[in-house]
Design a binder for this molecule. Structure first.
Ligand code: PEP
Ligand code: MG
Length: 752
């Protein structure tokens, strides 16, 4: 049953045309359950009804015509109750509604099951039979499981259709919704970057140019074969002849007489080369997988491996066909630091990441670069974006593909308004960040997540509050050498003479993997991350600290920050290593080195309860609200599915920050807040009311935050804070802060 189920879902996922996917679906279910009728209805929330979309058993002419109101009939009832309804004699039920067009008189038994995605009923699946009987528990659970698995596939299929107008039809603009990742609006051309090949990322597409597709396929096969030949020659000395035979088998499989022929046929049938390859490879791999014999089962892996090798070269050609547009909207399944490094900064106007969420590092990178971003637009085929004109609305998390001229003009207007607002903030950027009651705040920048170290004019900020050192590690193919690190760190330290530059030691893991240092974990955010990894590899930690110390010789403004500290022994061990590095560097350079100030990121909740001890060991701390929120609320910051639960404005997070603020002041431990909350207008106001007075943020936010702080008094903010702390939900908190801003006439100047 399980394999049948998987296959049914896969077939739907692979079919690009929704109506065809659904008609395949009902036939497959009907035959899997050996029943007489299967139908699927999809909800239309504008019309408040379920539309019959496909059937195998009812009158086929009713498809696309028969609609059943949300509160009508058994279909409406399944939707309202959000659970399966299993009836032996449907027509005797009081909710049964006669719909002559569907011709269902001959059926008695009825099982209806809702398809629910993110709490929303997307549709109803039904099976029906002539015999008066209740469907078995097995049949019911099969349909329920199928409904649950189909939900995301169907949600995505609808999106897919929205994104692709279909061959032959006139293009129309369509809006897609994701999550707001970085504020701002941009218009550009989608430029899709694919990671290493993966059939999962390929969704099926048709093509109207079979000849071109065929020549792409031949080219990819030619390169793959040449690779095999080279590999086989290279390995000839080391492998016995029978092991080398695998290369010949691969080559033959690609020949026209074998898989190649099937792929050519698929291309002739109208599939693009990638899709044809995927269909054939999946088909054969499945056939092998279904075999009893373990030897043959194993061959499925080889078929996939072979397919992926060809796919790499197909994608390669595709990528080369698309030259970098003038205004790049970078689109990727998962936008990574190295992808950003591929696009010149002047050409990058926006980022769209199909995966990830509001505080994923991809979103933070976008904010650091000051470009709008939309995250978590899952389920779309990447390549169908390629070359399309896109409007990216990073405020709302919306994307508009191929916008109509009127919409385009509207967004152009918004872009000009944004530019005016930003000029408005810039006018005060060199003035002190001082509230109307005379309270002076330190505003620093978060740096490091960009290709060129973003350096802000020294008069504008009070230093660097967080330098994320991971970027140079992520974009390389191996750990950067001590010399390379010295050069990078020196650039940053010397840009802010006389001001602190807080350099955080390597914080990889979580959603920041190193390409050359694989960490495969079930729960990467709870795993080997930040200081946990570097303390297990003192050779990496020591090289980094030594590079920082050497880079600091001339400027003497280095502060060292330790990420992901969850217990005090990690602080002790880090301090021991830092001391050792100071000694080594001093010895090497013949200098008496004074240990720079060392601080700790407060981002793991455990450390909030050990601040007293912490204060005796370190010189300062920096509050990382991004991780603190994720760990306090148990919500993965990188998971779009739970994005609505991730909110640093949650009253529990605010209370934790408030209590911590009071305790840190009593302990007189210098503190700054460097999480994203500090760069959010509503967030910084509440933090200021809690008594925090040093904030570090993305450089693109600094002018706006300074402008805002210069228009409020701490006393009035404390009243808002009081209200916020006693609110029940993040939504109410936001409403209260918004109300305050409105009362002060600041909202129109603060688009966020
Ligand atoms: C944080 O967790 O708040 C933080 C600033 O660090 P990062 O976002 O790099 O994890
Ligand atoms: Mg963090």
């Amino acid at each position: 049953m399980l394999s049948q189920l998987r296959r049914i879902v896969q077939d739907v996922a692979q079919e690009p045309v929704l109506s065809q996917a659904l008609s395949g679906l009902v036939s497959n279910i009907k035959s899997a359950l050996d029943t007489e009728c299967c139908s699927v209805y999809l909800a239309d929330y504008d019309q408040h009804h379920f539309m019959l979309m496909a059937t195998d058993g009812l009158n086929p002419d009713a498809v696309g015509k028969v609609a059943i109101g949300f509160s009508e009939g058994l279909i409406g009832w399944v939707g309202q109750r959000e659970e399966p309804i299993n009836l032996a004699a449907a027509h005797q039920h009081p909710r049964f509604k006669v719909t002559p067009e569907v011709s269902e008189d001959r059926f008695s038994a009825f099982l209806g099951c809702p398809i629910i995605h993110h709490r929303k009923v997307l549709g109803v699946l039904t099976i029906q039979q002539g015999t008066e009987r209740v469907f078995s528990e097995d049949e019911e659970s099969f349909l329920v499981t199928l409904g649950a698995q189909l939900a995301s596939v169907l949600a995505n299929a609808e999106l897919r259709e929205a994104a692709s107008p279909g061959i032959g039809s006139k293009s129309r603009s369509s809006q897609l919704n994701g999550l707001p990742g970085a504020p701002g609006i941009a218009i550009g051309e989608a430029y899709v970057l694919q990671p290493a090949s993966d059939f999962n990322a390929v969704s099926l597409q048709r093509s109207e140019e079979p000849d071109k597709e065929l020549s792409r396929f031949y080219r990819a096969v030619r390169i793959t074969k040449a690779e095999f030949k080279r590999s086989s020659e290279r390995m000839a000395e080391h492998l016995p002849a029978d092991a080398l035979a695998i290369f010949d088998v691969y080559q033959q499989l690609l020949d026209a007489a074998s898989l190649g022929q099937e792929i050519e046929q698929q291309i002739a049938d109208g599939w693009c080369a990638k899709s044809a390859l995927k269909r054939v490879v999946e088909k054969f791999a499945r056939q092998f997988e279904d075999m009893e014999d373990a030897y043959f089962k194993e061959r499925a892996t080889e078929i996939r491996d072979l397919g992926e090798r060809v796919l790499i070269h197909l994608l390669d050609t595709e990528q080369r066909h698309h030259k970098l547009p003038e205004k790049v909207v970078l689109v990727a399944e998962n936008v990574t630091a190295s992808m950003l490094a591929e696009v010149p900064r002047q050409q990058l106007v926006a980022i769209v990441s199909l995966r990830g969420s509001v505080n994923s590092h991809a979103a933070i990178m976008a904010r650091a670069l000051g470009v709008p971003a939309v995250m978590g637009v899952e389920g779309l085929s990447l390549m169908q974006w390629q070359g399309q004109r896109v409007i990216v609305d990073g405020y709302q998390g919306h994307l508009l593909l191929d916008p109509a001229e009127a919409i385009y003009a509207e967004y152009q207007q918004l872009i000009s308004e944004d530019a005016e607002l930003s000029a408005h903030y810039q006018a005060e950027v060199t003035l002190p960040a001082e509230s109307v009651c005379g309270h002076r705040f330190a505003l620093m920048i978060n740096a490091g997540l960009a290709v060129d170290p973003e350096q802000v004019n020294n008069d504008v900020c009070d230093g660097v509050g967080l330098y994320r050192t991971e970027f140079p590690f992520i974009i390389r193919n191996q750990f950067p050498t001590e010399q390379e690190q010295i050069a990078l760190y020196r650039d940053m330290l010397s840009a802010y003479p006389g001001k602190p530059v807080i350099m955080r030691t390597l914080d990889v893991g979580g959603d920041k993997p190193l390409p050359y240092f694989a960490i495969n974990e079930e729960n990467p955010f709870l795993g080997w991350r930040g200081i946990r990894l570097t303390l297990d590899h003192p050779e990496i930690f020591l090289v980094q600290i030594r590079a920082m110390l050497k880079a600091d010789i001339a400027s003497n403004n280095l502060h060292i920050l330790l990420p992901m500290i969850s217990e005090l022994s990690e602080v002790d061990e880090s301090l021991r290593l830092i001391k050792q590095a100071c000694f080594e560097v001093g010895d090497e350079l013949g200098l008496e080195l004074v240990r720079p100030k060392v601080g700790v990121m407060v981002e793991v909740p455990s450390i909030m309860y050990q601040l007293k001890e912490l204060a005796t060991k370190v010189d300062f701390c920096s509050i990382g609200t991004n991780d603190l929120t994720q760990y306090l609320l148990a919500v993965d910051r990188n998971n779009a599915r739970v994005a609505s639960l991730y909110d640093a404005m949650h009253p529990a997070v605010l209370r934790a920050l408030n209590q911590m603020g009071q305790q840190l002041q009593a302990l007189q431990l210098p503190t700054s807040v460097c999480g994203e909350l500090a760069g959010e207008p509503a967030g910084v106001l509440l933090l200021a009311a809690m008594g925090y007075d040093s904030f570090s943020m993305n450089s693109s936010q600094l002018a706006k935050i300074k402008w805002l702080l210069r228009r409020v008094s701490v006393q009035e903010l404390q009243l808002v804070l009081n209200d916020a702390l006693n609110s029940e939900s993040p939504k109410v908190v936001r409403r209260k802060v918004h109300g305050f801003l409105e009362q002060k006439n600041l909202t129109s100047q603060l688009r966020s």
